[in-house]
Design a protein around this ligand. Structure first.
Ligand code: CAO
Length: 558
């Protein structure tokens, strides 16, 4: 057993980088190469791995600290005496590997492309792809500059992306871009020529040289917190660079699946923005800095307008936490997945959609007579003819007659999507919760076919056999509680649809026919709609059309 001090390795020239994550705790046992901390500079994030296996005795850095090469990160108790030598071997190897990398990276002064200018002050220097931390043949996904651009040292020239990470390739010195010799979609490896930069004052090449010189072992001694003799030998010399993903940005956040460069990710983190909420406009759907700014602007605008609209900025208060057992015996059960999903969708729709609900009663006396006369025939065909297929057919006819209901609001808030298909969702009450299978092309199907499909869908819903696609693509929903009871209810719009019809139990009512009251079978209907997409006039026409079709089924044939 031996104690070793682990220090920040060569950071590829970066200095004072932020510690953004501590990935181990005191007492943890780590294997060699396990990540200890994650650091982030201007251009990239990287893991700092354990140089050897062992138990973490202490951690000397905290999240938010700034560290440089040589700073102490942690103290580790190695498993066995042999570890030292193997660590040393590894380090020696790393050092050897590192040397050619340093030569490969940045500008290659001895390149044949160099051209001294008349005054000897300016020269063209070939810029090559630097060390990619072992990654090979990575994609060029963005060209950040073009010929003629002035760049400062460290400005991104191109962005490359490997399997799990992306990185900016920075200018090794300030200068003017003479050419960029790769294009989006190319594959590049360490040492490949990526372009030519003209140094502006002759100092660029030197600067690159001197920054390299800084990395040389002799001058790379730890800058602070130098301590015990048991410091890992290799860590006194800088090249203990991580062998994997050196420079490469790690998947750090839930936004990792989003394409974005390290600088954009850093900014997003600083601003507290979840990147996958930002609409990407960059090449290959990359989130750019401009996208981030546009998103923030939009959020600020929304927040400001919301505060005004909600009467002096009074928001929605959180639900209080209540211990119901103080009032009597309770039994707490987990919600089903469907129930949780329904709850989330209902809240979303209720809070986002300005609802209006319109009511009417349809006189379905004739429809009921017709339906009953067809019942025997339907049974022979093996289908149950309830009012639901008639409602589906009438709603489809109304959607065709009043297409203002067959729309969705576009996500951009600036367009309306008009649909030239008529798929209708049918709410089904199941033991696991509410499900809404979708019957497609309702306008093209006959009553028996609809009855058959509605029954099959309701059975599949109750047996838990619906596939995701069976519940997608509806233009409108019918929620029939007729068989259960009630005189009326206000259904919640199933966004992105803009309308839903709630059907209650029919009852026999005295209706004035101009001469006398006659008993009629009246079906209570409630039409909820999204008032952003549909105006009251359209809703009135839609409902009137539905009622007239249900009151005279012959119209369904038209
Ligand atoms: N008024 C009076 N009786 C009605 C009726 C109405 N509006 N609608 C249906 N009925 C009758 C049927 O005709 C049937 O009677 P008969 O057997 O004598 O013909 C009986 O009620 C039972 O019908 P059903 O429930 O088997 O079939 P359905 O086609 O009416 O409904 C379905 C199918 C899937 C819509 C229904 O079973 C269901 O799950 N409804 C609940 C929907 C729901 O939960 N909505 C709330 C969502 S939250 O907003």
């Amino acid at each position: 057993m031996a104690k070793e001090v682990i220090k920040v390795p060569d950071l590829g020239g970066a200095d004072q980088v932020d510690v953004i994550e501590i990935t181990v705790a005191v007492g943890d046992t780590v294997a060699a190469e396990d990540s200890l901390i994650v650091v982030e500079g201007d251009k990239a994030s990287m893991d700092v791995p354990a140089p050897m296996a062992g138990k973490i005795l202490s951690i000397s850095v905290s999240e938010g600290d700034q560290v440089s090469e040589g700073d102490v990160i942690a103290e580790i108790e190695t498993e066995a005496a042999g570890d030292d030598s193997s660590a040393e071997e590894e380090k020696t190897e790393s050092a050897e590997e590192q040397a050619p990398r340093e030569e490969e990276s940045s500008a290659s002064e001895d390149s044949g492309d160099e051209e001294e200018s008349a005054g000897g002050q300016e020269k063209d220097e070939t810029v090559t792809v630097p060390d990619l931390g072992g990654a090979d043949a990575v994609d060029v996904i963005e060209i950040s500059v073009q010929a003629g651009d002035e760049v400062a040292e460290g400005d991104s020239l191109i962005v490359v992306e490997g399997d799990k990470a992306s990185m900016d390739v920075p200018a090794p010195f300030a200068g003017t871009v003479v050419s960029i010799d790769v294009k989006e979609g190319d594959k590049v490896s360490t040492g490949d020529k990526l372009g030519v930069l003209k140094t502006t004052s002759g100092g660029g090449g030197k600067k690159a040289e001197s920054s390299k010189a800084e990395k040389k072992p002799a001058e790379g001694a730890p800058k602070k917190a130098e301590s015990s003799e048991s410091v890992v030998k290799a860590s006194e010399e800088p090249p203990a660079a991580p062998q994997k993903d050196h420079h490469l940005e790690r998947d750090l956040t839930p936004s990792a699946e989003v394409y974005a460069g390290p600088a954009v990710r850093k900014l997003a983190r600083e601003l507290g923005v979840t990147l996958n909420k930002v609409k990407p406009t960059g090449p290959r759907n990359r989130v750019t800095k401009d996208d981030l700014h546009a998103y923030i602007k939009e959020q600020v605008k929304k927040a400001e307008s919301g505060a005004v609209g909600v009467g002096g900025g009074i928001g929605i208060a959180p639900m209080p936490e209540i211990d119901f057992s103080q009032f009597g015996p309770v039994n707490v059960e987990p919600m089903t997945k469907i129930h949780k999903l329904t709850a989330a969708n209902m809240s979303r729709n209720w809070l986002n959609v300005p609802h209006v609900t319109q009511f009417d009663d349809a006189d379905i006396t004739e429809l009921e007579d017709f339906r009953k006369s067809m019942k025997a025939e339907a049974e022979k065909r093996g289908v149950k003819l309830t009012p639901v297929p008639f409602l589906l057919k009438a709603a489809a006819a109304a959607l065709r007659a009043e297409p203002s209901f067959n729309v969705s609001l576009h996500n951009d808030g600036e367009h309306i999507v008009h649909k030239d298909y008529v798929h209708i969702g049918m709410a089904v009450d199941t033991p696991k919760g509410l499900m809404v299978p979708v019957i497609r092309d309702v306008d093209k199907k006959g009553l028996y076919e609809l009855a058959e499909e509605a029954t099959a869908m309701a059975i599949a819903a109750r047996d838990g056999k619906l596939k995701p696609r069976d519940m997608q693509g509806a233009c409108f929903t019918i929620s029939s509680l007729g068989a259960i009871g009630g005189t009326g209810f206000t259904p919640i719009v199933n966004a992105p649809e803009v309308g839903i019809l709630g059907v209650s139990k029919l009852s026999v009512q005295p209706v004035w026919n101009g001469k006398e009251f006659v008993p009629r079978k009246m079906l209570p209907l409630a039409l909820s709609y999204d008032h952003r997409a549909v105006n009251g006039g359209d809703a009135g026409r839609f409902m009137t059309y539905m009622v007239s079709v249900l009151s005279d089924v012959r119209k369904l044939l038209l």
